[in-house]
Design a protein around this ligand. Structure first.
Ligand code: GLY
Length: 569
């Protein structure tokens, strides 16, 4: 497998070129609703059929956790590039009485993983091995996560929560132009990593409006509905995963699957001004990094600046540069590495990292991680749910890259993740998101790879105010950060905050990435004259969020950049 990988990748790149000209001939209008003001409850996620599925559970009297479970399974069907049962994720919960909780169902390194498993004999990082094929997969956590969430907070029978996804997989759903383009572009690489025919590949190019049916996945979901975690981590599906691993150079064993556990963790919580921030702790970097960003800018009257002005962008980028330097050094799975959580979240530490706004861009090579006190030792998808009882759930789930490792479990019908690339395979060498890491995020058996996923709930005056998150690898945290401050500092409505152009800095590379054709040229020139390097890129993030409006209504907002949709009443 190691030898044929470069050949497969060449084929893939060639096929991308060929397929870019494949355009749909059919006029197909996707039913996605982008924003909706509702009174009671709703779901916002990457696919409108999944949003409807989640909302159907709310209409039956289910709570936000029930609806989130249904949405996770429905996205595994209708958003195969990122929604999943072959990956993992995080769920942040705020109940109507103010209680909070965080569920970690992140993938885990297999028991035979080793620190240097992606290095050759000379110590070079073989990044294709951590991104493609079975060797790139961590032990999936999504099914264990959903079963665990249901056991603790569910109110409707589990079998009812999986039913809408089974129906979508059996009967199929019409795909959009964007989905058709993505499937066509990925055809060769999916074929290269799969022995059997898979639902995602067909002879002629996909077109918008074509129905995608997934009978194998329907059968897998039925086993999960009937048997809970044993339907996936034991028996037929567990054996199919292990067989697929053997066929594609993977190392996940039956024991690894049987041993996998979703873990309840204490959310990262803190105040920024009078907003209560509730977000995900390690193994995600999201909550700590978001909290550090908000606390850094809190010191500098961001609310007196204009959104996307030179002053606001300079301040936010300088905060991001410092905070991502900390992320690279200090954050990893806290069950394996003594993450200095209290030190990193200490206000005086955060403020000391940037006591004043630097007049010019600080070169990233001059910015090092800080020394917090050790008091204690792009593709992903996000969805937000609120129910009529006042409960809120923010969930981000992933198989890492587009279609994960590209490996579909034969007979199981689902893509396996390539989450192992989120570990730091070699200190200081970037992963696919350009992120670098160190010992804190080194590979170890059973360890969970560091994530940027940032499912977040902001509360104010005893009620949830915003429920949000995003996909986008390293840009997840800055997408969430900007959406929050667009509302709290710049006075934007929820839909304006989500639609606003995004920019991103992650310390290394020393570059501000900006969305194309959004920012004012005079602002960009002024930032360059302060010493910032600016690079344009395509869309950043996909924030699917729910906001409480000043009039007490509920604003469901799907990111207009993609196919995402809302459903609610
Ligand atoms: N796989 C992207 C993340 O977890 O950050």
């Amino acid at each position: 497998m190691r030898i044929i990988l470069p050949f497969i990748l060449t084929l893939f790149l060639f096929s991308c070129k060929q397929n870019t000209s494949e355009k749909s001939q059919k006029a197909y209008v996707h039913p996605s609703v982008k924003t909706k003001i509702v009174d009671k409850a709703g779901v916002v996620c990457a696919n409108p059929y999944a949003a409807e599925a989640g909302n159907s559970i709310l209409l039956k009297g289910g709570n936000a956790i029930d609806a989130a479970i249904t949405t996770q399974f429905a996205l595994a069907v209708t958003f195969p590039l990122g929604g999943n049962i072959g990956g993992g994720g995080f769920m942040v919960i705020r109940l109507n009485d103010g209680q909070t909780d965080a569920l970690d169902y992140r993938e885990m390194a297999p028991s035979s993983a080793t620190k240097d498993m992606y290095l050759d004999a000379q110590g070079n990082f073989l990044d294709s091995l951590s991104r493609y094929g079975g060797f790139a997969s961590g032990v999936p956590g999504s099914v264990a996560g959903m079963v665990e969430a249901h056991a603790k907070y569910g109110s409707l029978p589990f079998v009812d929560l999986v039913a809408p996804a089974i129906k979508l997989a059996q009967e199929g759903y019409p795909i959009t132009q964007l989905e058709a383009n993505r499937l066509n572009k990925s055809k060769r690489i999916i074929q290269a990593f799969n022995r059997a025919p898979v639902a995602f590949v067909k002879e002629h190019p996909w077109q918008a409006g074509d129905t995608l049916r997934q009978p194998d996945l329907a059968a897998t979901l039925t086993l999960i509905a009937q048997n809970g975690r044993d339907g996936f981590y034991k028996g037929k599906i567990a054996q199919a995963i292990v067989d697929e691993m053997k066929a594609t150079n993977g190392i996940i064993s039956l024991q690894d699957l049987a041993d996998y556990k979703a873990i309840w963790r204490k959310p990262v919580q803190g105040y920024y001004r009078d907003y209560q921030v509730i977000s995900m702790p390690p193994p995600s970097s999201g909550g700590v990094t978001l909290m550090q960003l908000l606390e850094t800018v809190e010191n500098f009257n961001l609310d007196t600046m204009k959104m996307h002005s030179v002053d606001a962008m300079h301040l936010m980028v300088e905060a991001e540069r410092r905070v991502y330097a900390d992320r690279a050094t200090h954050l990893g799975d806290s069950d394996f590495y003594p993450v200095p959580m209290e030190g990193l979240l200490d206000s005086s530490y955060i403020h000391a990292r940037m006591p004043t706004i630097p007049a010019r861009a600080t070169p990233s090579q001059e910015v090092k991680a800080g020394h917090p006190k050790e008091k204690e030792h792009e593709q992903t998808t996000h969805f937000s749910v609120v129910d009529p009882f006042g409960n809120a759930v923010a969930t981000t789930t992933t198989i890492n890259s587009l279609y994960g490792s590209k490996v579909v479990v034969k007979g199981g019908g689902f893509f396996m993740n390539n989450e192992m690339d989120d570990f730091s395979a070699k200190p200081g060498v970037p992963n696919q998101f350009g992120l670098i890491g160190n010992e804190a995020n080194a590979i170890a058996p059973g360890k969970r790879m560091l994530s940027s996923m940032t499912p977040t709930i902001i509360a104010k005056d005893g009620k949830w105010l915003m429920v949000l998150g995003s996909p986008g690898g390293s840009t997840i945290i800055t997408s969430v950060f900007q959406t929050v401050v667009n509302v709290t500092e710049f006075g934007k409505s929820g839909s304006e905050a989500v639609a606003a152009g995004r920019f991103h800095h992650q310390w290394r590379p020393d570059t501000i990435f900006i969305e194309k054709n959004v920012f004012n040229n005079s602002v960009l020139d002024a930032l360059r004259s302060k010493g910032h390097v600016i690079v344009e890129r395509s869309n950043i993030g996909a924030v699917d969020a729910i906001f409480r409006t000043p009039k007490g209504k509920i604003e469901l907002v799907a990111d207009p950049r993609w196919d995402d949709g809302v459903a609610g009443e």
